[in-house]
Design a protein around this ligand. Structure first.
Ligand code: PHE
Length: 342
């Protein structure tokens, strides 16, 4: 082997061995590429050595070629290993940088506060619980109603002056004044009686709507809860007892209830019921009465066989009373300072 080639070969083998260490220590992909170009590129010692191989005798050429290739392979293997290592490290760095800590907590100085249900929702839930405890089930009906359910089936025909007292908000659908936002929860009575056979014991809480201007005691969108009991031999005494029972369960024994004669087309006799305030005055809560025979007939129930009572009252008013709130509009102002008290 010519000495110049031997030198080149040795030099290359030496460089390949050093490259292995340099590659192991390389800090980035760019450094690897530099080393690679240095040792395998067009102007590298490897290319120079390869060119010289052609001048050798075939015997020597085989031996020199083998050494040169072994050294090259060594370099290639180290380059590949360094690339793999640095690519993985770069990916790990990127992941660390992009990491989002979804378990992040606010610092101790601002402890997390637990949310709570709206006071009206709380009152509604409690009412449901009280009535469920008395053997009632919970029923629901739509907020947009037809004149049949909101009025007619409830014994309020078209010409009836009671229609005027509901300040109904009509929906621009179908014939004029035939589709409306329900002005009370009483239509749910009809829906239930149409679909179930007595005995029936249901309460139906839900949103109701009237064209009222909001003030301290009125909201145009408010909540009522309807009650309906249909069975054999039900009397006005059962109604009074049920209202008394619920008032005690909801407010405690210090609150009293009373019935005052009143008028609703769908009950006969009808009454309004009040509850006592701490100062001794009475708060009007809702209406009630014995279900009118026409209403039972409208639902296919024989009034000779079945009787019942119904009541309906405002849930928002109840919550106002319970929490001694001055202005019912607080319930819809969405002020978290107000709401977080409950
Ligand atoms: N629906 C009546 C109202 O809003 C209340 C009521 C319900 C009266 C059931 C009697 C029986 O105002």
């Amino acid at each position: 082997m010519r000495s110049s080639l031997a030198r080149v070969l040795e030099g290359y083998e030496q460089a390949a061995a050093e490259a292995e260490e340099r590659l192991a220590a390389a800090a980035d992909i760019g450094a690897v590429a530099d080393i690679e170009r240095d040792l395998l590129g067009r102007r590298s010692r490897f290319t120079a050595a390869k060119r010289q191989l052609g001048d050798l005798d075939p015997g020597e050429r085989a031996e020199a070629g083998r050494r040169l290739n072994a050294a090259r392979q060594r370099v290639e293997t180290s380059v590949a290993a360094a690339r793999t290592r640095l690519t993985a490290a770069a990916r790990a760095d990127r992941h660390a940088a992009e990491r989002l800590d979804l378990t992040e907590r606010l610092p101790q100085a601002a402890p997390l506060r637990r949310g709570s249900f709206h006071p009206v929702t709380q009152a509604r839930d409690r009412l449901e619980d009280v009535f469920i405890g008395m053997g009632y089930t919970v029923a629901e009906g739509p907020e947009v109603e037809s004149a049949w359910y909101n009025f007619e089936a409830l014994n309020i025909p078209e010409w009836h002056p009671a229609r005027g007292s509901f300040d109904t908000i009509f929906v621009n659908l179908g014939e004029p004044e035939q589709v409306m936002l329900r002005s009370h929860t009483s239509p749910v009575q009809i829906r239930v009686m149409e679909n179930r056979k007595p005995p029936i014991y249901i309460v139906a809480p839900g949103r109701t709507f009237r064209a009222d201007t909001a003030d301290a005691t009125h909201l145009p969108a408010f909540n009522q809860i309807e009650g309906l009991a249909i069975d054999r031999n039900i009397t006005m005494g059962d109604l009074a007892g049920t209202i008394d029972e619920f008032v005690r369960a909801f407010f405690g024994t210090e609150v009293k209830s009373r019935l005052r004669p009143s008028y609703f087309p769908f009950t006969e006799p009808s009454a309004e019921f009040d509850i006592s305030r701490p100062d001794g005055s009475w708060l009007e809560l809702g209406g009630c009465g014995m279900v009118h025979p026409n209403v039972l007939r409208n639902c296919g129930i024989d009034p000779e066989q079945w009787q019942g009572f119904a009541f309906g009252f405002g849930i928002d008013r109840l919550a106002v009373m319970r929490h001694e709130i001055d202005d019912i509009r607080e319930f819809v102002n969405n002020d978290v300072r107000f709401l977080s008290q409950f």
